[in-house]
Design a protein around this ligand. Sequence first.
Ligand code: NAD
Length: 273
Amino acid sequence: MLDASVKQLLRHNAGLVLWLTGAGISAESGIPTFRGKEGYWRVGSDNYRPEEIATMSAFCEMPDEVWAWYLYRRGVCRAAEPNAAHRALVRAERRAGDGFLLVTQNVDGLHLRAGNTPDRTYQIHGNIDFMRCSKECLPAPVPMPAGIDSAWDKGRPLTEHERKLLKCPSCGATARPHVLWFDESYDEANFRFQSSIEAARNASLVIVVGTTGATSLPMHIGTIAAQRGVPMLVVNPEPNPFSELVRRTGSGAFLTGTAGAWVPHLVDALPAR
Ligand code: NAD
C-alpha cells in the first residue's frame, strides 16, 4: 500500500518522529469531529458553533450550558474505544522509545487509554476528563468528580448538586473544563507549548494525522518542519494546509484516506530500534 518513496523515508529515519494528531484519528472510534453537524450545540433556540461555545467568553456568559456541552462530549469520549490507528501509535512508541513523540489536539484521552505514555504524549488542547480551577489556584488539573455522570444525554441541564461538585476542591471557585478554548493562549504548564515547539525543531520526520490545521500551534509545528526541510507525511481524506505545505516543499507525501487505513502501515514501516 505504501509507495517506495514513502517506505524509503520511513525505513531510513533514524531520528525523532513527531506525530501530530487531530480529531480525525478518533473519528473511526465514533467521536465526531468539529466539522460535522454533531459539532453544533443548541442553547434555547440558538445554535452555537464550537468556535463560539468553546470560549472563555461563552463560559463567563453561560457556564452551565458550556459545562453541559462538555459533559455530553465527555460522555461520548468515555463510551468510545481506541481504534487501529491509536493502537498502532502505541506500537510506534514501544519500538522507538525516545525517538517517538506524540502531539495531539484531541481532548478525548484515547491515546493515553490505548497505552501511549504521558511523558511522550502532549495533549496540547487538554483532556475532557479533567477540570481545573478557574482562578488557576491548583498546580495541576484534577479528574472530574465521581458524582458527575460519565454518560450525559444531549441537552441535559446540570442539577444543583452537580453545580456544587464542579468547584475547585482547593479554593471553592468555579471549576472549568481542562481544555484550551478558542479565545485563550497556549502555555507550557497546561499545554506543553514550548516543549512542542522544541520537538518540531528536533524532529527528523513529522507525520500529521486527521487535522484541519485550523489552530495555531499545529500549523506552527508544520511551518517549522517545512522551514527546516524536514519531510512531512500527511494522512487525511481531504487536502488541508499541511498537504499544501508538502506540495510546496516537495518534501514528504500526502496520503489521501483515513487514519485507520494508513497509520498501521506507516508504523510497521518504521525501523525498530
Ligand atoms: P477538525 O474537526 O477541525 O478536523 C478534523 C479533520 O479530520 C479534517 O481535516 C477531516 O478531513 C479529518 N478526518 C475526518 N475523518 C478522518 C479519518 N477517519 N481519518 C483521518 N482524518 C479524518 O479537528 P482538528 O483539526 O483536530 O481541530 C479542531 C479542534 O477540535 C481541536 O481543538 C480539538 O481539540 C477539537 N476536537 C477534538 C475532538 C477529540 O478529542 N476527539 C473531537 C472534535 C474536536
